[in-house]
Design a protein around this ligand. Structure first.
Ligand code: ATP
Length: 354
């Protein structure tokens, strides 16, 4: 589950490019489908004394997939639940298609939500699970067959959830959400109950179905690999606030703060004190070589996927750099060079990018 180097990084960049092309095409085909715009303005949610969301504002273009990334407790689920109408809002509002839906009942907002637990009805067949929302509203169930087909579920329509694999159950949950043709799709960690391999394939499926249906989507995850691979843009949440909103490339290349720089990437961006503040650089952007006059001391080498990382120390500061060739002995001096264009500077006090 490595991110950021070699093929993974290139794949992420290709995905971003495709997403941009998709969005351009999308606009050309459905000019101004403004009914699908989702925005939240100054949203605050409180649980007793806990501020789960603090004046959070965010706007999604029609057909856009935004991955919401944050540590546990940062307010990701609360954001989705507030948009769906499942949490009381202390301040701010939720707009869908420009209409303030903050006071509307969940069922009238035009949103569908998929939970981590899938929440399927165990006694109903796949077909009835997918049709559930449509039947409840007295609507035609015509969309069931085509949605099931799009998600590769046609052969499973008569089974019950207990007779399905985890990945199949997840696809049924997704099909049930999509069959109702929501304006906005909310996905709350939908991949976290799947094993590593299935996560990757289901991730691709979500991406394809989302692009095909063009439904505006918020996808919550605490997994940065998933967020960068899946989102047209990524919203990074920290303590109920929006720390950064940007394309995967922007979040990777130009973190808005030292906090984002530390949160995104395995290893995270190196941060060491420099003349202009905190100096940030990624492991793959640095060149390291044994040099008796070098500032760093070699501590250990570690294989991470396709790469070998050298962990180095300079006083209190630890850095990791991607290196080739034989590792030096522990304690040997190493020089590290980073091209100026690859260095990011952050304010020492506030941590904001300079
Ligand atoms: N029903 C509740 N009652 C009290 N506090 C709550 C409740 N639900 C959430 N919280 C608190 O609100 C904050 C945000 O929670 P939320 O579930 O939105 O975070 P999250 O980012 O989705 O976390 P995770 O990744 O662990 O699911 C946390 O501090 C959490 O403890």
């Amino acid at each position: 589950m490595e991110r950021g180097r070699g093929p993974d990084r290139r794949r992420a960049q290709r995905d971003v490019l495709r997403a941009a092309q998709h969005r351009r095409g999308d606009r050309a085909h459905r000019p101004g489908d403004r009914r699908q715009i989702l925005s939240v303005e100054g949203l605050s949610v409180r649980y007793g004394g806990v501020d789960a969301l603090r004046e959070l504002s965010l706007a999604l273009e029609p057909g856009e997939l935004v991955a919401v990334l944050g540590a546990s407790g940062s307010g990701k689920s609360t954001l989705l639940r507030a948009i769906a109408g499942l949490e009381e809002i202390a301040a701010g509002r939720v707009l869908i298609g420009g209409e303030d839906v903050s006071r509307l009942a969940p069922a009238r907002r035009g949103v569908a939500m998929v939970f981590q637990s899938f929440a399927l009805f165990p006694h109903m067949t796949v077909e009835r699970n997918i049709a559930f929302g449509l039947r409840a509203r007295g609507e035609s169930t015509q969309a069931v067959a085509s949605t099931a087909e799009a998600l590769g579920l046609s052969a499973l329509l008569d089974r019950r959830p207990g007779e399905l694999s985890g990945g199949e159950r997840q696809r049924v949950a997704l099909a049930r959400a999509l069959a109702a043709r929501p304006r906005v799709l909310l996905l709350d960690e939908p991949l976290s109950n799947l094993d590593a391999q299935l996560r990757v394939s289901t991730r691709g499926e979500i991406r394809r179905v989302q692009e095909r249906t063009g439904v505006t989507t918020l996808h919550v995850t605490h997994d940065q690999v998933e967020a960068l691979a899946l989102g047209h843009r990524v919203a990074v949440l920290r303590d109920g606030r929006l720390e950064q909103l940007g394309t995967p490339d922007e979040v990777w290349e130009r973190p808005a703060s030292a906090w984002v720089a530390r949160f995104v990437g395995t290893p995270p961006m190196n941060l060491v004190p420099g003349e202009r503040g905190l100096c940030g650089f990624r492991a793959e952007d640095a060149a390291a070589r044994v040099d008796p006059g070098g500032e760093y001391v070699f501590e250990l080498a570690e294989r991470v996927g396709a790469d070998v990382l050298w962990h180095l120390r300079r006083g209190e500061d630890l850095v990791a750099v991607r290196a080739g060739g034989a590792a030096p002995a522990v304690g040997e001096r190493v020089a590290v060079e980073v091209p100026e264009a690859r260095v990011r500077w952050f304010d020492r006090e506030t941590g904001r990018a300079l």
